[in-house]
Design a protein around this ligand. Sequence first.
Ligand code: NAD
Ligand code: AKB
Length: 314
Amino acid sequence: MKKILITGALGQIGSELSLELARRYGRDNIILTDIREEAIPALSDFKYYKVDVRDKASLKEILENNKIDSIFHLAAILSANGEKNPQFCWDVNMNGSLNILDLGIELKLSKIFIPSSIAAFGDGIDVKNTIQDSVLRPSTMYGVTKVAGESIGNYYFEKFGLDVRGLRYPGIISSETLPGGGTTDYAVEIFYEAIKNKKYESFLKEDAVLPMMYMPDCINATIQLMEADVKNLRRHADYNLAAISFAPKDLAQEIKKIIPEFEISYKPDYRQEIADSWPQTIDDSYARKDWAWEHEFGIEAICKDMIDKLSKKL
Ligand code: NAD
Ligand code: AKB
């Protein structure tokens, strides 16, 4: 990868992936785009374009003018927000991805990354150790777009030889940018509330176990997959990926070890139904074999690092 463009660069994952890609490939080689006004101080030195991923002509101009050869396409509407306006979620997620893939062919780009999610799974799965080739029957429009995104990514790889790669990310926990309206957002919000108010009301029930991952592991997995030799990849746009799994009560227990006054209460809302349809643990043996994936952070290390970083920031 020589010259990289990121869509959704101001989001939870994009804002941190941008910095790591700049560290590895040089800041001048990383071009950021998002639909929002740029307002993240750590990213102010990057070349930035405000563009809607549904606007193919503007995207094409940016790609050509900057001689881009690879894209990390992170712009999307996430699960909980997607359920508020499913048609809009389809429009952004599907038309955005289709534009990126078509431009990948038109401009002969070398690699494209489009993330999927545990939301691709749904009713009828084995929730424990969900396998790579599990049935995919998503319960949200977001999940529908993830399954369709994986399928179209794999199709473009087979049909047109476009090198599309993707991971089914679990819920991502991070301290720099707030998550953008998903079902796993509680696992970030809880830290802000624990530090500021010593209490948190969870919108998921106490024993809602979900697969989770700390941001440094997410960034490593993403770059490792993109740097892997294509000859070793048995999958393309749909690799299962896992680190740890826990429920709100497990996270609260760990937080209490550092902030003993912390109290959690539970008021499950519509997001509990979404969580109920997702896996609890994931079998990511393809990723572990094909490109030697290994996660680093467990629940204890995540809590320590999050509380450390956010206490300084808040
Ligand atoms: P986010 O909501 O934090 O960021 C998405 C970004 O996309 C936002 O900055 C938003 O402004 C931008 N965006 C939205 N609509 C746009 C449009 N029409 N044109 C251009 N930009 C637009 O999301 P994230 O958590 O950073 O997720 C990035 C990717 O990873 C998404 O594809 C998401 O589905 C996937 N993912 C994330 C998680 C997670 O826990 N964060 C888990 C699984 C998969
Ligand atoms: C969400 O909850 O929507 C995301 C995801 C797991 O895809 N965090």
